[in-house]
Design a binder for this molecule. Sequence first.
Ligand code: ATP
Ligand code: MG
Length: 279
Amino acid sequence: MTLMQSFSELMHQRQQRETVKRSRPVETEVTKLDVRNLNFFYGDKQALFDVSMTVAERSVTAFIGPSGCGKSTFLRTLNRMNDIIEGTSHNGQVLLEGQDIYARDVDVVALRKRVGMVFQKSTPFPKSIFENVAYGPRVAGQKQYKALVEIVEQSLKRAALWDEVKDRLNDSALALSGGQQQRLCIARALATNPDVLLMDEPASALDPASTARIEDLIFELKQNYTIVIVTHNMQQAARISDRTAFFFQGYLIEVDATQKLFTTPTKKQTEDYITGRFG
Ligand SMILES: Nc1ncnc2c1ncn2[C@@H]1O[C@H](COP(=O)(O)OP(=O)(O)OP(=O)(O)O)[C@@H](O)[C@H]1O
Ligand SMILES: [Mg+2]
């Protein structure tokens, strides 16, 4: 079987799952993020070239491409995480619901609450499971213990971790398995009630069973959140994303419906990459 055929097969399985899941009709697509002509620089080294794309609300968008092509850099521009790296600059616009997130009056802390982030390597704080999830809401000013208990339970449930940890919320988060720690980090991101969730290779360090759990979770979460995920795993992109963007050497080469991009890409570079001819 060729790679293209196996992608078609994956997409077919995927569509069946989707038809079962979507009990309510698919609403008209609403644009959540709108990136316009974005150029990004580390010092004088340009890492992104004239990137423009939109991300629809309540959808999953996957970024793929070879190492060093700018996927993480681009992901970090979507919640200004690059601001903390010395000597970076950009031009162009990133609009969140039509508002420029780089405008002068934007509260960056509030922005990062709306646009949460989960990293490749889960990084729980050396604190209890409860405290890890309660941290964000606490910093945001939530002082009532009862409200925090509620938020922690809700977030852990949404991250599909509650059943595994409900009897040991005061244990150290570091005692959890890798897959559980990753879901804890997702719960931590959800606790500040974001609209958008950015994930940079959230499953790359996990075993197949934990990866499957994270993929199922992403599928669930898109009912309520807009998700952007970087992945090196093209099967994973095909399984979970609605749209896929292919990056190469700092350029967005092609972005399209996942099924279209994996079965009939329009650019030769995309085809070469997904058929394994390079990268
Ligand atoms: N903090 C940094 N300072 C300087 N250059 C950086 C920094 N982070 C990334 N770069 C450069 O920007 C380019 C894009 O890197 P980026 O990390 O966005 O790629 P990537 O597609 O996420 O790669 P990978 O798949 O390996 O994670 C690379 O040339 C990289 O060396
Ligand atoms: Mg990266």
